[in-house]
Design a binder for this molecule. Structure first.
Ligand SMILES: Cc1cc2nc3c(=O)[nH]c(=O)nc-3n(C[C@H](O)[C@H](O)[C@H](O)COP(=O)(O)OP(=O)(O)OC[C@H]3O[C@@H](n4cnc5c(N)ncnc54)[C@H](O)[C@@H]3O)c2cc1C
Length: 482
């Protein structure tokens, strides 16, 4: 049999504009097999989320179907990458001459990739590409190391953005977007010419995806999964982009993109979003909403770079002085926060949105995170973990970054003495109370004036803490660490 390539899918669950898959395709004239393996270590992580995993499985199922329609297939194995690659090499009558994958930047994934690359190199060629971030952490540094402040990071990122290397990557996405548009119009094509049934019937039968899909159920309604669904979300957002700057902070406006759920598993990438929305760099757009949106994408890249260069943030505060704050950590307050029963309407609406939908608006994420750490004096790591359990877009780098920002323990974080007032945040960002009414129906009869700091309402708790008192306590607690 002529030589062929194996593409190892991880956080790049799409065909369109997938750089390492495209390399495999070119190098082997379309003779590419897709492969994914579950990692038991990952499934046992304390921040594992059953709902996000179900969404991941549905994304894998959409990818498998897409690959089959294109003439290839996806094999899903259990048992971790080391054991799975061993099985492949034992079972395949002829081993692949090339293995490709897109790079990952989390500490766990980097160690895994280094190990697997070491094992594979003596057996075949290994080729990797950048995909999950637009500009890799090593490419946005200064003379004396990594950036710790967002604004200069963004400046450097924007310089790199205009380079030929990065613009070529963005341009390369246009063909992928055209392919997705073709799929919407029902165009079918056979891009690949090798599948698992032909390559190895025994492995083909060993596929585990259906077993997992059968076992794992979600507790929230999930959005449609897969790269075509992500492309539709991209198309839906395009006309809203010009107003993004104006609407993005108002949770009742539906003014944000909802890309995060798809970015997390790579059914959409930042390069694709930038190509699809025609983002050109700061000051190059008539509407400032575009600049603001690009800036948010850069925040994501910033947090990836922080995790990459300072991996200790995964387990502890970025700032040494805030590593051992004497949190009060009251279990009953934590429970009230999780259940959306703190008596602070905007906080409760956000926590209920999270529980009911697996997503929360960014402004409200900031408010509830600030409330947990500065009003309830509970360790940000408790909140970070709870978010990871429930968020469909739960992603180590931006989640850790968001929590450390709100808790004032991160790099370029909110200064500890600037504490959100949950009532004022509510008046400013949910002025009519529509968002609160949607998620806290007990308060739906109140006027826009009453709803932010409500009078006693049957079935709704009184505030569990006094904001002014807790603010003073937080200032003292953080102040000790100055
Ligand atoms: C405490 C806290 C926890 C968070 N946890 C996560 C998480 O687990 N996963 C996650 O993807 N984002 C997280 N964020 C960032 C942000 O809230 C979400 O990315 C955003 O709400 C997703 O909705 P969207 O796609 O509609 O965003 P949009 O406003 O449409 O933004 C577009 C994209 O830009 C990126 N982005 C936007 N805001 C931020 C930000 N503040 N930081 C980093 N990237 C950003 C995201 O990739 C987002 O999809 C967190 C923020 C906070 C304050």
């Amino acid at each position: 049999m002529p030589s062929y390539a194996l593409h190892w899918f991880r956080r790049d669950l799409r065909v369109a504009g997938n750089p390492a898959l495209a390399h495999a395709w070119k190098a082997s004239q379309g003779r590419v097999l897709g492969f994914f393996c579950f990692d038991p270590t990952f499934l046992k992580r304390p921040d594992f989320s059953v709902n996000r995993f179900r969404f991941f499985l549905e994304t894998l199922a959409a990818l498998k179907e897409e690959l089959r329609n294109l003439g290839s297939d996806l094999l899903v194995l259990d048992g971790g990458p080391e054991a799975s690659f061993k099985t492949l090499w034992e079972e395949l009558p002829q081993a692949p001459s090339l293995v490709t994958f897109n790079r990952d930047y989390e500490p766990f994934a980097r160690a895994r990739d280094e190990k697997i690359t070491g094992l594979l190199r003596p057996l075949c060629e290994v080729w990797t590409e950048a995909d999950h971030v637009l500009i890799e952490p090593e490419d946005v540094t200064k003379k004396d190391g990594a950036y710790q402040v967002f604004t200069p990071f963004q400046r450097k990122w924007l310089e790199a953005f205009t380079t030929e290397k990065v613009q070529t990557r963005i341009d390369a996405q246009k063909a992928g977007l055209g392919y997705l548009q073709g799929r919407i119009s029902g165009k079918t094509q056979k891009l690949f010419s090798l599948d698992w049934e032909r390559a190895c019937p025994r492995l083909h039968k060993a596929d585990q995806l259906a077993v997992y899909l059968d076992k794992v159920k979600s507790t929230v309604p999930l959005p449609p999964a897969g790269s075509l669904a992500a492309y539709r979300v991209l198309q839906d957002f395009a006309p809203k982009l010009a107003q993004y700057g104006k609407n993005r902070d108002f949770p009742s406006e539906a003014g944000t993109s909802h890309f995060s759920i798809y970015l997390k598993n790579g059914s959409l990438t930042i390069a694709q979003a930038i190509a699809g929305l025609g983002l050109k760099g700061f000051g190059k757009h008539a509407a400032s909403g575009r600049d603001k949106f690009l800036s948010e994408l850069i925040w994501r890249e910033f947090y990836y770079a922080v995790l990459y260069h300072f991996p200790h943030v995964e387990h502890t505060a970025f700032q040494e002085r805030f590593k051992d704050i004497a949190w009060e950590n009251r279990a009953d307050w934590f429970e009230a926060w999780k259940e959306g029963r703190t008596g602070y309407p905007l906080v409760d609406a956000g926590m209920r949105q999270l529980k009911q939908t697996g997503w929360m608006h960014n402004r409200v994420r900031m408010v509830v995170a600030s409330f947990l750490t500065k009003d309830l004096l509970i360790d940000w790591k408790w909140g970070e973990r709870h978010f990871m359990h429930l968020l469909l877009d739960g992603d180590l780098a931006p989640n850790n970054g968001g929590w450390q920002w709100a808790a004032s323990t991160g790099c370029d974080a909110q200064p500890y003495f600037r504490i959100f007032n949950p009532y004022l945040q509510s008046q400013k960002f949910d002025p009519k109370g529509d968002y609160i009414r949607k998620y806290v129906p007990e308060l739906s009869g109140l006027t826009a004036k009453q709803i932010h700091e409500p009078p006693q309402v049957r079935g709704y708790p009184s505030p569990i803490v006094d904001h002014a008192v807790m603010r003073a306590k937080a200032l003292a607690l953080y102040g000790e660490k100055k």
